[in-house]
Design a protein around this ligand. Sequence first.
Ligand SMILES: *Cc1c(COP(=O)(O)O)cnc(C)c1O
Length: 491
Amino acid sequence: MEYRSTRGPLFATDTQAIVQGIAADGGLFVAPELGRSPFDWRGVLALPPLAMQARLLAHLLPGVPDMEALVQKAYAGKFDTPALTPLVKVGEDYVLELFHGPTAAFKDVALSMLPHLLTASRAALGLTGDSVILTATSGDTGKAALEGFHDVAGTRIFVFYPDGGVSPIQRAQMVTQAGANVTVCAVRGNFDDCQSGVKRAFAALSDSEELRARGLSLTSANSINIGRLAPQLVYYFIAYARLVDRGVITVGDRVDYVVPTGNFGDILAGYMARALGLPVGRLVCASNANRVLTDFFATGVYDRRREFYRTDSPSMDILISSNLERLLYYVSDGDDALVRTCMEQLSREGSYRFPDALMALLRRDFSAYCCTDAQGAETIGSLWREQGYLCDTHTAVALRAARDYRRDGIEGKALVVLSTASPYKFPGAVLRAVGGESTGSEFDEMDALARLSGVAVPASLSSLRGKKALHTDVIDIGDMLPYILANINGR
Ligand SMILES: *Cc1c(COP(=O)(O)O)cnc(C)c1O
């Protein structure tokens, strides 16, 4: 499948798009043909999860050879259930648990796969020399990327996270990461600053003689990389197939999905799944107090000039939602000039207005809701008391949106809520929400939560206790580029 930039006539094959991460004009790679070439989506529903993944990826990234073998290598033995992403009935809705991988967040589904896609793409292109992976994280991408890339030959990975802007458990997961090819660094700023810094480093280094002379090339582990986005379609299919198995729907019925959203990657994967034929009904975009997307869907104006809130759902504390750019491209039928203008306005003036006619098209497919930390906590508490189901702070935002959406009138035959993290990644906030007393360290809170709920703590989280921090650097936003150059040869 051919890929091109959202911002102009730059083309790439699938393997080139994975290796580059982001287009040289600053745009994101999209597949104009998505949904136009025949795809047997019904056939996919009959397959077990890993075979589903291989079939989907072979369609989206046909230039990557041996997809079935890559998928086996990526996932075998890494998730704690062969269902990969189990579907749990909670009240009248269904929660799709995406957090059964090695770092207890949904990013594992894609980041278990990305290193294999990258290595295979480089081999297919005959590239030698190392890939330098630049990653900005709001908390979960960082650890999932480190888990995927540490000690992978031919790669060096940098992870930048907002100082004080991730949960203590998320921080502990990252700063204790061993591996000779790993650099983790805190940045005095928020996630948007980290992401902009990474994009600036890309622009500055994309035709750097210095890197070329050392045989290095840059890529990204963020969902701006198509190799990170493509593996996320699978769980929309998995959820749909389980609903069919259980007789809740028959093939062809529409299913609505509620997605706790930050950078808009997860929900965009649902949009792409629909383009491939899956009967996805409405996509409900759930935001925390950083409600830039809720306002965008309501008004047609995207405006990042607003207060930034640090919330209990830190992985969604984002004001510049990168993958929305891909949606603008698809919904405008590939109007790259329009997308470029909007993105330039966003970076220059901090806002843009998307045309009314196109907003009307978007509103046919998307709803958007937001909630405060207090409303999220209330949702965690009532769900625990009434259904005996324990969810994390990000999932709570989505469950709250699901409630609001049901009140306004659900369109699909069933409603699936994507659950993006284990409650134990944010034990303090979850413990308080279910009426427990939070005292001591986050590890004590984890134990208290486990006693109260009877749900076991994932071993990958409890084992962090007492591990030594290996990465303690904290830098200013403006120092990211020199920091990358200084550390590019390892430490
Ligand atoms: C990354 C993340 C999100 C947001 O996903 P996007 O693809 O950035 O919209 C939601 N919840 C958790 C726990 C996350 O780690």
